[in-house]
Design a protein around this ligand. Structure first.
Ligand code: PMP
Length: 393
C-alpha cells in the first residue's frame, strides 16, 4: 500500500497527523524510571532476561490494580491473570487476527473506522465488511440485521471508546448487545480501547467490552496501549481476555522465542505506576488534550462553519476524548481536491475515504487531530482550512 501520510513541512500545518504532542512525551520521567529500575537488586534479570511469557507479573498486577482504582472498583474488571503484555495495540490486533481468524473469513468493522487495522486484515486475508457508526458508536442493530441476513463473521473489530476517527463512544446498551450477539452467533470481538483512559472533563473511565464478557464462554479481546499514555516509542501495550483466550495466546509462535514481550520497557513502566507518575501524567494529558480539543472545535465553529454557503452544513460529533475530530462537509467538497488546494494555502488533513475498507465512502470528510499540534497552530490551521473551503471550486 502506498503511504497515506499528508506532507509534514513547516510551511504546511499538518492537521492530519495523529501522533501525541511531542511536548507531552515524558522523557525525563522515563529516564529516571529506567535509572531506578536498573539499580534494583534483580535488575539484570528483570530487564534483560527473556522473562515470563505473559509479561512482567508485577506490571500485569499493577495494570489490574490501577484499572480497578481508575474504574472505582466496579465488578468484572480484569485480574492480573487476564492480562498479557504486548508490544502495542497494532501488533496485538495482528496477533489476535492471526490466531483467531482464517483466510477467507468475513469480519465486521466500524465505518468510518481505524484504517491502520486494515493492514492486519490484509495480512490475514480476511474480508472486512463496513458497518455504519453514529454518535453512539458501531450500529449494533445493523450488525444484528447482517447476522439475520446470514452474514457469519468470525470477528468484529471496533474502537468503542473515543473512536478513531469519529470520537464517538459506544453506548452501554450497544456494548452489552454486541457481546450477547457474539455469544449467540459465535463470533469474537477485538475491542481496540487505546483511548479508554483519555476521556476529558471526567474522572469516569468508560467500560471496556471485557467487562461485559462471560469468563465461562468468552468472546472479547480488549486491546490497550501505553502509546497514547506515555509514548508510542515505548512499544508496549496490554491485552485483556479470559483464560481460554489467554492460554491460546501464550501458545502462539510470536512468544516462542523464549519469553514475553519487552521486559526492559515493562520494568520502566512498572516504576511509573509505582511512583505515582502514571496518574499524574494521565491527568495532565486529559487537561492538555481536552483544552486542545475545545480550541479545535471553537476554531471549526469560527472559521470553518461560516466558510460554507448559507444553505450548507457540516457534521461532526464534538470529541470528549481521544485525539480526533471527523468532519463531514457537504458532498460537493471532494476532500482529495480540497487537500490539493489546502496545501497551497499551508494546511493539510487526512482524507476521509481512507477510513473505510471500500475507500469509496467519506469522500467529503476530513480527519483532524488535536493532539499533535499546539493550540496556536491548530487554530491557524483551521483558519487556513476555512479560507480554502470558502475559495473551493
Ligand atoms: N488503535 C487505534 C484506534 C489507534 O488510534 C492507534 C494509534 N494511531 C493504534 C491502535 C496504535 O497503537 P499502538 O501504538 O499501541 O500500536
Amino acid at each position: 500500500m502506498a503511504t497515506l501520510w499528508a506532507e509534514d513541512t513547516h510551511a504546511v500545518i499538518n492537521l492530519g497527523k495523529g501522533h501525541p504532542n511531542p511536548r507531552l512525551l515524558p522523557l525525563q520521567a522515563v529516564n529516571d524510571a529506567y535509572s531506578n529500575a536498573s539499580v534494583a537488586p534483580d535488575a539484570a534479570v528483570t530487564l534483560l532476561q527473556y522473562g515470563r511469557m505473559q509479561g512482567n507479573p508485577d506490571l500485569c498486577a499493577s495494570i489490574a490494580r490501577w484499572t480497578a482504582e481508575s474504574c472505582d472498583n466496579r465488578p468484572n474488571l480484569p485480574s492480573a491473570d487476564d492480562i498479557v503484555i504486548t508490544t502495542g495495540s497494532g501488533p496485538a490486533l495482528s496477533l489476535i487476527m492471526q490466531l483467531f481468524t482464517n483466510p477467507g473469513d468475513t469480519i465486521l468493522v466500524d465505518s468510518p473506522g481505524y484504517f491502520l487495522a486494515y493492514y492486519s486484515f490484509e495480512d490475514c486475508r480476511v474480508k472486512p465488511i463496513p458497518v455504519p457508526t453514529d454518535a453512539h458508536g458501531l450500529d449494533v442493530d445493523r450488525v444484528e440485521a447482517l447476522l439475520k441476513e446470514g452474514v457469519r463473521p468470525s470477528m468484529v473489530y471496533t474502537v468503542p471508546i473515543a473512536n478513531n476517527p469519529t470520537a464517538a463512544d459506544m453506548s452501554e446498551e450497544r456494548k452489552e448487545k454486541l457481546v450477547q450477539l457474539a455469544r449467540e452467533y459465535k463470533f469474537k470481538i477485538a475491542a481496540d480501547e487505546v483511548y479508554q483512559f483519555l476521556k476529558f472533563g471526567t474522572s469516569k473511565v468508560p467500560k471496556s467490552l471485557f467487562e461485559y464478557d462471560d469468563p465461562s464462554d468468552p468472546v472479547v479481546f480488549s486491546i490497550n496501549s501505553f502509546s497514547k499514555l506515555l509514548g508510542p516509542g515505548m512499544r508496549l501495550g496490554w491485552l485483556t481476555a479470559h483464560k481460554p483466550f489467554i492460554s491460546r495466546i501464550l501458545d502462539c509462535g510470536a512468544l516462542h522465542s523464549g519469553g514475553g514481550f519487552n521486559p526492559l520497557t515493562s520494568a520502566v513502566v512498572l516504576q511509573l505506576f509505582n511512583n505515582g507518575f502514571m496518574d499524574e501524567h494521565i491527568a495532565l494529558l486529559r487537561r492538555e488534550y481536552g483544552a486542545s480539543c475545545v480550541a479545535l472545535c471553537k476554531a471549526v465553529e469560527e472559521h470553518l462553519v461560516p466558510a460554507l454557503k448559507p444553505d450548507e452544513k457540516l457534521q461532526y460529533h464534538t470529541p470528549r476524548g481521544g485525539f480526533f475530530c471527523f468532519i463531514t462537509l457537504p458532498e460537493r467538497y471532494d476532500a482529495d481536491k480540497l487537500l490539493v488546494q489546502c496545501k497551497e494555502n499551508g494546511v493539510s488533513f487526512f482524507v476521509g475515504k481512507h477510513f473505510s475498507p471500500a475507500k469509496d465512502s467519506f469522500k467529503s470528510s476530513v480527519r483532524l487531530c488535536f493532539a499533535w499540534l499546539e493550540i496556536d497552530a491548530l487554530v491557524e490551521g483551521v483558519r487556513r482550512l476555512g479560507k480554502t473551503v470558502k475559495e473551493f471550486s
